[in-house]
Design a protein around this ligand. Sequence first.
Ligand code: GLY
Length: 353
Amino acid sequence: MNIININTRESYDCIVGEGLISLVPSLINDLTINSNIALITDDIVDKLYADSLFNDLKKNRKLKTIKLVIKSGEKSKNKETLFNILEFLGDNNFNRSDYLISLGGGVVGDIVGLSSALYMRGINYIQIPTTLLSMVDSAIGGKTGIDLKSGKNLVGAFKEPKMVICDINIIKDLPSSIFKEGMAEVIKCDIIGNLGIKNNILNNEIKDNIESIINKCLYLKKDIVEKDEFETNGLRKVLNLGHTIAHSIEAISNYSISHGNAVGMGLLIESKISYELGIINKETLDEIINILKISNLIFDLKYDIDELISFMKNDKKNNDELISFILIESFGNIKEIKLNEKELKNILNKIMK
Ligand code: GLY
């Protein structure tokens, strides 16, 4: 078991290891001994893991343990689900000393995190991510949120969890379509931090090394969020690599394209933009395309460029007429570039034809 302390404004542990789901009651005991617990999950994870966790949590606890199941998928990350959770807490007389536990992927984690930021102006929560994507990215760092029709994650708050528990065995059992979505965020981390994961991908040894890969991504994210928790000094922005395009793809598809798949395509298109601007060399571009291909993250994308750009303008990463991109010089060297609409349109016309 590896314990990574995330030393942000409120420091907390991210625990990584095999079979941790059955240890949750003891891992969280000190935090929650005098608290009611609301376990919140989605309908898919409920059948797989929530029932037994819920029963384990109820054992030996005098205080209330309740469960709420939301519908799985990005389309649930909206105000209706948020208010269902908040009303559920209110109906059950939860107060600030109680705990929410998020059991699920990024959607559940983000919406439970936001509920915990809002309910009574702040209640505690614990993240138990059940996808590779949420383990390496969304479960730590305190970004929470829901989507609006006009764009992804446009309503949110920074709210760090009190603990994050990553059970590697859950990742080993993921269907390949969900696993590969997490690989998009893993590849993003590898490009940002030059973590050497590309060699694991090229040598087809991802699954054998998944625990160390997850740990590498978590240490990278720890390092970044500790230096720029609230995305104010520019450092944390690098984690948005691939995401300017990805968020537009998700919104334009009305969230029928998943976040991971959109990030994969975002990495591809943003690498190509880097090449068009002469920032990245051909060899590195080809290397990135190759690892995205091996990871099954490249697919046909036929979207109207004007529509893509119109969603990019709504993205919260932009604060003037220019659209911000995190672009790639090489593995380990990333920089922000701002493009005006005309420049961007010309480049996208070239690379998306
Ligand atoms: N997912 C990007 C961040 O946490 O900043």
